[in-house]
Write a protein that binds this ligand. Structure first.
Ligand SMILES: [Zn+2]
Length: 1017
């Protein structure tokens, strides 16, 4: 993990060079094996670009500047939410692939060139020196092929023969054009057989074809038709197979490789995996589904498993009668085959697809459908939940029309299926034409609350946006994952605001931006564009930076451009790169093409994607002059580091409003802060100014003592002088500045004095979220409790909340936050009303509104009877959203015996394994269960990473939820020791650094503020 971070922090040119450092390239030059010393295979595949990066000698010929701009972005990295990148640590050979230490050190291009030169010179002189008689060695002549330092380092394949490729990335000499894919799953034996026929084009003369395959047993390999059997070599650590040819395949040649194989259906959540559920009669039903992103298509069929290797696909799947088979394209025909089975053949894909977007499902599902534009939209679910699919169907149809028109490119396929999979780890997966979902992300019943519908609409909007951003135009490599995920996340909020204003998604997006800032303030964060080489690094790209920070900087850009320019820019981008692959600069250049007012969009946006973190803008006023100063907002745990001169700069599109005009967009003043300082004039009579209108910019602001005092005074007088987003962001910024050590907690309390008059969800929930976090940390240290302070501020508002059905989303959000805190703090009125409502619910005389389910069930779960009843309701209920609330309620019990018995007994029978991160998070949130959750995680680590691979979002979540509330040296030592001892089973993860850093920061804050807090509270 240290190595990972070190690389991510390198300056651009250094990171770029480091890709040339791997040992095989260097040694290849002097080898004498059957493989040519430098052949055109020594290139890494680059889509679209006409130029190829030659690895080995060829790189020397390149123009430095020219290459710098293009390949650094392309090959290094840029960087949600709920995608697993299932890869078992134990089977992850990539850990061993770290370059030797002498090579991992950052070096300049010059150094690399010099090293290469030296290697050549030394190799030649050694050859000359050895020839005459080997007199200088004690052992005499070295044995042939056994001692010379220039021994080829191609690894051995499983048969012991040299495997003709040593890189993690595939060679670029051959590219796939079309896959003809047949799979035959056996749902009794939990196995499948397959035949993959790959048509390829030879781009450069080569003697090898190298592609990916993992956990597949290939029984036969033939080349150019069935007659010519060839030997398939396998190198398991890289999940690659290869064929070597005695003669060169000629440039421009077309060739066909056919592979027959068999494998087990995966028992994790990736590749072609098996899953099951109990039907309404309690009978076990099995199904098979796929999850290929990012690196698991190779577990279902041999393929060139990198996003830039796009091809067309024709899929055939055999099934039993009574099952349906689905794939990306519509079904073309069904034929009877041996064994009483049916073979479905799907149309050849009309588009070029990356392998990670291929998908198939074989299950006993049923569907509802509707035609919209020229697309048949269907939602599939288990038969028992068919009634819960209507909302998703309507939403998908409406949003498909919205995107068709917004992007000005029609969805290119004739059908779009949305499938609810009973046992699915990610929230959803955007496979082209066959989007798979967790049931809880797709299904709602008629009585579901607007907040539940908001969740469904939001996931559907995200996955549909991917059909353009990701599927039609795909990032060239995983380092640019944010081009997929940041965009889809931004579009999910933007499309809902446009098409579903009543779902009021704005507060949710605001909270998402606050949490993205919090994570990006850590030293362990990374640039949106960060390096991702190994499978674990690729898995960890699915994080808050790629999703939420990506979405935030797009919002910032859109907010700083006038009118329709942002949309025009992305339409231009989608049209220009339709069907191909891109890097981040392609996006900025496309937007720059349509915006005359900002000629330097790439220059501005690169400051946000190529360095981690974000700026803190400090405001100081002197007469009518206002000075703004930017510096990095870095929560450093090292005192010396935080005082280092700030060197990072951002091009910040600063917005501000002032007393007198502060509520509407017409009031907003805009300018770009590019240098460290800038000044602006403001009449002395203007009492205050507020930067970052509606918090659309990805930065924080410190107004200085006088500036804060003026804002606090204005809010105390009348808090509606600022929009709700601005009030929430003042609260958020103030807490962050306290964590940074810039303001005392006294100032935080000064600001919070105004909230007794606050009635809006965004500021209230932000204040409660911050205070509850603090409360939990203090509680765990057995320190003073914040409860009475919180109640003093919010009790009146808590008492005002209703307990009936509430159609307004923001009112639901408000009361959910307030009542959850009230009952957690044992406010008698809250406990009483929750218990009453639960009684009515239990005897069937009332419903519990969706937003109140967690609080009502949590109170009920405190009693023995309530606990037992809820367990039973959980087992019998088919309302998935309600079941999750019950789980969270059960997990938040204060009875440690319940928790211990229950958590210890979690073996996937009653509760699906996929819910484990949710349960661990809920248990950790309580006083009683938090230490148990941490113990459980330590004791069951190996079992956990078998189900949720190292680096996956689930594992990131488990680490953070079990450790982020610690703030003592003892806990810090424990966490560090345990996570550090994991070695290849997890120590290298970025989330380990995040966890350790978070505890250190908590500890630092406590040391600095506890004495005063004891005094004030
Ligand atoms: Zn996504």
């Amino acid at each position: 993990m240290d190595g990972h971070e070190a690389r991510a922090n390198l300056p651009r040119n250094m990171i770029e060079n480091s890709m040339f450092e791997e040992e095989p390239d260097v040694v290849d030059l002097a080898k004498d094996s059957a493989f040519p010393t430098l052949d055109p295979d020594e290139v890494v595949y680059e889509p679209r670009s006409s130029r190829l990066l030659v690895r080995g000698l060829g790189e020397n010929d390149m123009d430095d500047d020219e290459e710098d701009s293009e390949s650094s972005a392309r090959l290094l990295g840029m960087s949600f939410m709920n995608r697993s990148a299932a890869h078992r640590a134990g089977s992850s050979p990539y850990a061993r692939q770290a370059p030797p230490s002498s090579c991992s050190r950052p070096s300049t291009r010059t150094t690399v060139v010099c090293v290469l030169f030296l290697v050549i010179v030394v190799s030649m002189s050694m050859v000359l020196y050895f020839l005459p008689g080997c007199t200088f060695t004690r052992t005499g002549c070295p044995k042939e092929n056994s001692t010379a330092p220039m021994e080829p380092v191609y690894p051995n394949s499983t048969t012991g023969e040299p495997f003709p490729w040593a890189e993690l990335r595939l060679p670029a000499s051959v590219r796939p054009v079309h896959y003809d894919l047949t799979v035959n799953p056996d749902l009794d034996a939990m196995t499948f057989t397959g035949r993959t026929v790959i048509s390829m084009a030879v781009l450069h003369a080569t003697k090898r074809i190298v592609l990916h395959a993992a956990d597949l047993t290939v029984t036969k390999a033939t080349f150019q038709g069935q007659a010519r059997v060839v030997t398939l070599l396998e190198y398991k650590p890289h999940q690659q197979v290869a064929v070597r040819f005695p003669e060169e395949l000629k440039q421009g040649q077309r060739c066909v490789l056919t592979l027959d194989y068999h494998a087990s259906l995966s028992s994790t959540y990736d590749g072609f995996y098996n899953s099951s559920y109990a039907d309404k009669d309690g009978k076990k039903r099995v199904l098979a589904a796929t999850q290929f992103e990012p690196l698991y298509a190779r577990k279902a069929f041999p393929c060139f498993d990198e996003p830039a290797f796009k091809a067309t696909f024709l899929v055939r799947i055999s099934r039993r009668d009574g099952y349906v088979a689905l794939s990306n394209m519509p079904k073309a025909k069904t034929t009877n085959i041996t064994g009483g089975l049916l073979l479905d053949e799907f149309e050849k894909s009309s588009v070029n697809m990356s392998t990670y977007l291929v998908a198939f499902v074989v299950a006993t599902f049923q569907s509802v459908s509707k035609n919209v534009s020229d697309t048949l939209v269907s939602v599939y679910s288990v038969p028992e939940k068919k009634d819960h699919t209507i909302y998703a169907l309507d939403t998908a149809c409406k949003l498909l029309q919205f995107y068709n028109s917004y992007f000005d490119i029609a969805y290119p396929l004739k059908k779009l299926d949305l499938v609810a999979i009973p046992d699915f780890l990610a929230g959803a997966m955007e496979n082209w034409g066959l989007i798979t979902f967790r049931e809880t992300s797709l299904l709602v019943n008629n009585q579901s609350s607007p907040l539940q519908k908001q969740l469904i609409a939001s996931v559907v909007a995200h996955e549909l946006a991917h059909q353009w951003f990701g599927n039609l135009v795909t990032m060239s490599w995983w380092n640019d994952l944010w081009l997929n995920e940041g965009f889809a996340t931004y579009m999910q909020y933007m499309s809902l605001q446009h098409e579903y204003p009543l779902l009021d998604i704005g507060n949710h997006f605001l909270t998402v931006r606050f949490r993205a800032l919090d994570k990006d303030a850590l030293n362990s964060s990374h640039a949106v564009s960060a390096r991702a080489d190994t499978p674990e690094q690729v898995a960890e790209m699915f994080d808050s930076v790629s999703y939420e920070k990506g979405a935030s900087i797009l919002l910032m850009l859109n907010a700083s451009l006038s009118g329709d320019l942002f949309r025009k820019g992305i339409v231009g981008y989608l049209k220009k790169f339709s069907g191909s692959n891109t890097v981040t600069d392609d996006l900025w250049n496309s937007i720059a093409d349509v915006t005359q007012q900002h000629p330097n969009i790439p220059g501005m946006m690169n400051t946000w994607t190529q360095q981690k973190g974000f700026p803190l803008v400090s405001v100081s006023r002197d007469g009518d002059l206002v000075t703004l100063t930017q510096e990095p907002f870095l929560l450093s745990t090292d005192a010396t580091e935080s005082t280092a001169p700030p060197t990072s700069r951002w091009h910040i599109p600063v917005t501000y409003v002032t007393a007198g005009c502060s509520l509407t967009p017409d009031c907003v003043q805009v300018f770009t802060l590019e240098n460290r300082n800038a000044t602006l004039k403001l009449s002395k009579d203007v009492k205050w100014l507020k930067l970052n209108f509606q918090s659309t910019g990805f930065y924080m602001v410190d107004y200085g003592t006088a500036g804060w005092a003026a804002l606090i005074e204005a809010l105390t007088e009348n808090c509606t002088v600022l929009p709700r987003e601005d009030r929430a962001s003042l609260i958020h910024n103030m807490f962050a500045l306290s964590r940074l050590g810039r303001v005392s907690f006294r100032q935080v309390l000064n600001l919070l004095a105004y909230v007794v008059n606050e009635t809006e969800a965004a500021p209230v929930s932000e204040a409660l979220a911050q205070l509850n976090t603090l409360h939990l940390q203090l509680e765990k240290r057995n320190e003073l409790d914040l409860a009475s302070y919180i109640l003093e501020r919010f009790e009146a508002l808590m008492m005002n909340q209703t307990w009936g059905e509430e159609p307004c989303v923001s009112k639901q959000e408000l009361r959910e936050a307030l009542l959850q805190t009230a009952c957690a703090l044992d406010v008698p009125d809250c406990l009483q009303k929750a218990s009453d409502l639960y009684r009515q619910y239990a005897n069937g005389s009332a419903r519990v509104p969706g937003d109140l389910q967690r609080v009502v069930f949590s109170v009920a779960a405190r009693s023995e009877d309530g606990w037992a009843e809820l367990m039973q309701t959980y087992a019998q209920s088919s309302d998935d959203a309600q079941k999750r609330k019950i789980l969270q309620a059960l997990a938040s019990t204060r009875d440690t015996r319940h928790i211990a018995r229950w958590v210890g007994g979690l073996r996937g029978e009653l509760v699906q394994t996929t819910e484990l991160p949710l349960i661990i998070s809920a248990v950790s949130g309580g006083f009683a269960g938090s230490l148990l959750a941490w113990d459980f995680t330590q004791q069951n680590w190996d079992a956990l990473i078998k189900k949720f691979p190292v680096g996956s979002f689930a594992i990131q979540s488990i680490i953070m939820s079990t450790t982020s509330h610690f703030s003592t040296q003892t806990h810090l030592d424990q966490v560090r020791n345990f996570l550090g001892s994991l070695k290849k089973r997890g120590s290298q993860m970025r989330s380990v650094q995040v966890a350790v850093e978070t505890i250190m920061l908590n500890q630092r804050w406590m040391d600095a503020n506890l004495p005063d807090l004891r005094h004030w509270l």
